[in-house]
Design a protein around this ligand. Structure first.
Ligand SMILES: [Zn+2]
Ligand SMILES: [Zn+2]
Length: 324
C-alpha cells in the first residue's frame, strides 16, 4: 500500500534521521497495550509469523513447523522494507526510502527461557546464529550498517515476552554508529582497548572468561550499564572463531545472571556494536548492556546528555558481589 512505504527522514535542524514506518503502529503493544492472546513465537504458532528465513535445530520436519531451537523470519511490522516505494510516491527532499531488512530471531522455543536463564551453551548457539545472519545481511547490496539488539521486558521496548533478538540492516550509518566509528578511525590507539585498561586499573571489571571482559564503562548513561568486549581487537562479530564464541557466551551469561540477581530481573537493552559494513577503520566490536530502571525524561531527550545516579565503580562492585 502506497501510504505505508517507510521513509528515513532527516531533521532539518539536527540532521538526525528518523524512520517513519506506519506498519509499526499495528504491532502488538505498539499502541502501548499489553499483548494478550497466543504467543506467535511459541512452537506450533509458526503460521502467525512471516515464513522463516532459516531455523536451527529442526531435525527433518517441514519448514515453518515446530521442532526448531532458533527461528529467523522477517518482522511482521517492519521498520525497513526490501522494496522501493511505488512510482509517484512522495519522498520529501530531506528523506530516503527506508530500504533494508528488519528481522526477528526467536532465541528459544521456551517462552520463559530468557537469555539469563539459558546455559552458556545455549547462549553460544544464539550468538552463533546472530553472527551468521549479521554476516549475511552485511553482504547485501545497499546495506551500510547492521544493528543487532535484544530488548528484554516491556519497559525496554519488547512488545512480545517470548525471548527474541532483532536485526536491522540499514541503508545508512546511524549518527551514533558513525560518531563511534570515526573516533576509532581517527584515534592513534583503540579507545575501547584503552577503556578496558582503565576499567581494570579503576576497579570497574565485573568478570572475565576466555578472553572476554564485562566491565562498567567510565561514563555510563544508565545505572548498572555494562559493556562486554573481547581482549582480541576485531571490527565485527563476523570473523571470530568458535573459541571466541565460548568466551563471549560464558561472560555474557555470567553478566546477565549477576544483573538479574542484583536488580531482580530488570528490563534491559542489549546492543551489539560493529563497524559499518565493509569499513573496519580500527573498530573494536562490543556489546552494551543497558538496564532500563527509569524512563528517559526531558533532559535526556532534549539534550542527548544523560544523568546517572550510580557511578561505574559502585555498579561494578554490586555486579561482582551478585556473581553466581
Ligand atoms: Zn512464546
Ligand atoms: Zn581495541
Amino acid at each position: 500500500m502506497a501510504d505505508e512505504s517507510p521513509l528515513v527522514i532527516f531533521s532539518p535542524l539536527t540532521g538526525q534521521p528518523v524512520i517513519v514506518s506506519e506498519a509499526r503502529a499495528r504491532r502488538p503493544g505498539g499502541g502501548g497495550a499489553a499483548w494478550r492472546g497466543e504467543c506467535p513465537f511459541c512452537p506450533g504458532n509458526e503460521a502467525m509469523t512471516p515464513p522463516e528465513i532459516w531455523a536451527v535445530g529442526r531435525e527433518g520436519g517441514p519448514e515453518n513447523g515446530p521442532g526448531w531451537r532458533l527461528r529467523l523470519f522477517p518482522n511482521l511490522y517492519p521498520a525497513l522494507v526490501e522494496v522501493e516505494p511505488p512510482e509517484g510516491y512522495h519522498v520529501p527532499k530531506a528523506a530516503m526510502p527506508a530500504r533494508g531488512r528488519h528481522e526477528v530471531l526467536v532465541m528459544t522455543p521456551d517462552h520463559h527461557r530468557t537469555l539469563a536463564r539459558m546455559e552458556p551453551g545455549e547462549v553460544k548457539e544464539v550468538l552463533r546464529a546472530l553472527r551468521r545472519r549479521y554476516s549475511q545481511l552485511c553482504a547485501l547490496q545497499g546495506v551500510r550498517q547492521v544493528v543487532v539488539m535484544i530488548n528484554q521486558g516491556r519497559e525496554a521496548g519488547a512488545s512480545l515476552e517470548h525471548p527474541h533478538a532483532q536485526l536491522f540492516a540499514l541503508p545508512l550509518v546511524p549518527p551514533l554508529c558513525r560518531e563511534r566509528w570515526e573516533r576509532f578511525s581517527s584515534s592513534g590507539s583503540c579507545p575501547l582497548c584503552d577503556e578496558l585498561e582503565e576499567a581494570e586499573a579503576g576497579g570497574r571489571l565485573v568478570v572475565e572468561r576466555g578472553g572476554w571482559v564485562a566491565f562498567c564503562p567510565v561514563a555510563p548513561r544508565f545505572s548498572y550499564e555494562a559493556w562486554l568486549a573481547g581482549r582480541v581487537h576485531r571490527p565485527s562479530i563476523a570473523d571470530g572463531g568458535e573459541e571466541e564464541l565460548d568466551g563471549q557466551a560464558e561472560t555474557l551469561s555470567l553478566l546477565l545472571r549477576a544483573l538479574e540477581r542484583c536488580l531482580s530481573d530488570p528490563p534491559y537493552n542489549l546492543v551489539l556494536h560493529c563497524a559499518p559494513c565493509g569499513r573496519e577503520g580500527g573498530f573494536h566490536f562490543y556489546w552494551e548492556l543497558l538496564p532500563r530502571l527509569g524512563r528517559l525524561a526531558g533532559f535526556e531527550l532534549g539534550t542527548g546528555m544523560f544523568i546517572n545516579a550510580v557511578p561505574a565503580t559502585a555498579a561494578a562492585r554490586a555486579l561482582r558481589e551478585a556473581m553466581p
